[in-house]
Design a protein around this ligand. Structure first.
Ligand SMILES: *Cc1c(COP(=O)(O)O)cnc(C)c1O
Length: 486
């Protein structure tokens, strides 16, 4: 066994050395010019390792990782798409990367221009009046958007509206954000075809409703074809429509949430406009609103003066700050680069290609995985486990077996509408060859589930670690390498 097959982190040996000297950006200062009181009295306690030790250690750890750069990543509801390397290059430009968030606006005009232009591009893409890019993630955008919704009702003195309607197929962050915003959640049921039941919605609508949260296509990848009627009903009762933009991908360049009647929305820049975001970050959750709500957007806002310069403003009716500064700038740079590289002429292919790829996989696998809702999906779809469940192989087993074949697992056990959900989203950026290879492997796993079920139930067999105790890992994480030694 090589040392990197085990989790050995203590590599220090007295006297070993390796260093890369950082660029001296403060050339006029030398060690001698530091005041005596600020100098270390003792050498810092650092590991003593050679350059080889460090490079191999991190390279081998990175090889244990899975990412869009190493393989296909079919997670549904997450849109883990290819992040073109030019996005990284742009985000890493020293002129942007070295900015300080507290720098005076006059010295950060380029960054503010990127913010301003991106906000306008998003407004045009989504059919809403104006965007703030300040929130740090989708869920943060939901909270911000709901705060705008609440502010709108409060400013009109309409104090009774304390409820938000959320479909039973919704992502868990929707009811969670509503609760954090101090609103009560009312659930609206789905019909057997996976779409919102308008007849169940109607009696819920009264003067205590602040609004409804929806995603379209919904978390099953199905277009909510009654959206215009739903918008009319919700507006008629005085409520607003919130659009969870995590599923914006298939609509890009085809249709716009603003035109469907939505008043507020967030976009997960890290989903729809690239930026790899495994492990919980980084992200950005810009929030867009219709004209009547613009004044309530969080501050600071980035505005353009008549002479073309950009400045930060804090309008009086704004709900105030939702983030420390003006958001996650690196993610904005990637999204802006992605949008500009596609341009108006190519962005309209994103939705149709994402939809085509999802339907291709769905149709190629539905004779071995159970498709609970037939018909054309949008960018993602959900199987309810294997078609033949007689050997007891579960969705979890299938997901674990895929790891042996070098694939990241799809999203499993979400949405909660089915017991054995397998949610697959290929995105628009994968080639036909990649999709075909994935289909072959999924079919192979389905065959194994019948022919050698134990092999699947005990998978993975070829990964550095086997089945983990995920609950324990979440409750008692080991975050320091020194804890491993004990
Ligand atoms: C990912 C997702 C969210 C939450 O977004 P984050 O950026 O992860 O906070 C909300 N709704 C849906 C449907 C999602 O897929």
């Amino acid at each position: 066994m090589k040392y990197y097959d085990k989790l050995i982190f203590e590599l220090s040996k007295e006297g070993r050395k390796g260093y890369t000297l950082p660029e001296n950006r403060l050339k006029e200062y030398t060690l001698a010019s530091l005041p005596e009181g600020l100098k270390r009295q003792q050498a810092p306690e650092l590991p003593e390792v050679s350059e080889f030790d460090v490079v191999r250690h991190y390279t081998n750890i990175s090889n244990k990782n899975f990412g869009v750069d190493t393989g296909f990543y079919p997670l549904g509801s997450c849109t883990m798409k290819y992040n073109p390397k030019i996005n990284e290059e742009m985000a890493g430009q020293p002129a942007f990367a070295n900015l300080h968030p507290l720098q005076p606006a006059a010295t950060a005009q380029g960054a503010l221009e990127v913010y301003y232009n991106l906000a306008h591009a998003l407004a045009e893409i989504s059919g809403l009046a104006e965007f703030t890019l300040n929130p740090y993630a989708g869920a943060h955008g939901e909270l911000t958007g709901l705060m705008v919704m609440r502010q709108y009702h409060l400013k009109r003195g309409d104090l009774k509206r304390t409820k938000v309607i959320v479909p039973d197929s919704a992502h868990g962050t929707n009811p969670a954000s509503a609760a954090v915003c101090g609103l009560n959640v009312v659930e609206v049921k789905s019909k057997p075809d996976g779409r919102i039941d308008v007849e169940h919605l109607k009696p819920l609508l009264d003067d205590t409703i602040a609004g409804i949260m929806m995603t379209n296509p919904n978390t099953l990848g199905l277009f909510e074809s009654d959206i215009l009627e739903i918008a009319e009903l919700v507006h008629a009762c005085g409520g607003l429509l919130y659009y969870d933009g995590a599923n914006l991908n298939p609509l890009l360049g085809k249709c716009r949430p603003g035109d469907m009647g939505f008043d507020i929305m967030h976009i997960n820049l890290h989903k729809t406009f690239s930026t790899p975001h495994g492990g919980g970050g980084p992200g950005a959750g810009p929030v867009g609103v219709a004209k009547a709500l613009v004044d309530y957007l969080p501050s600071p806002r980035v505005c353009k003066a008549d002479d073309g310069t950009f400045y930060l403003s804090h309008p009086a009716d704004s709900l105030g700050r939702v983030s420390g500064f003006i958001g996650n700038f690196g993610v904005m740079m990637r999204a802006y680069t992605y949008i500009l590289s596609l341009g108006k002429e190519y962005i309209k292919y994103v939705g149709p290609l994402a939809t085509l790829n999802a339907n291709y996989i769905k149709e190629s696998l539905k004779d071995c995985y159970y498709l609970p809702i037939e018909g054309i999906c949008k960018h993602e779809f959900v199987f309810d486990g294997l078609l033949d469940k007689s050997t007891g192989v579960t969705t979890l087993d299938v997901a674990k077996r895929l790891l042996d074949y070098g694939y990241h697992a799809p999203t499993i056990y979400f949405p909660l509408l089915f017991h054995q959900s397998i949610m697959i989203e290929p995105t628009e950026t994968e080639s036909l060859e990649t999709l075909d290879e994935f289909i072959d492997v999924m079919r192979k796993v389905a065959r194994e589930a019948i022919e050698c079920p134990e092999e699947v139930k005990t998978a993975p067999h070829h990964t550095p670690v086997r089945r983990l105790d995920e609950t324990n890992a979440a409750k008692h994480p080991i975050l320091r390498y020194r804890d491993l030694a004990q």
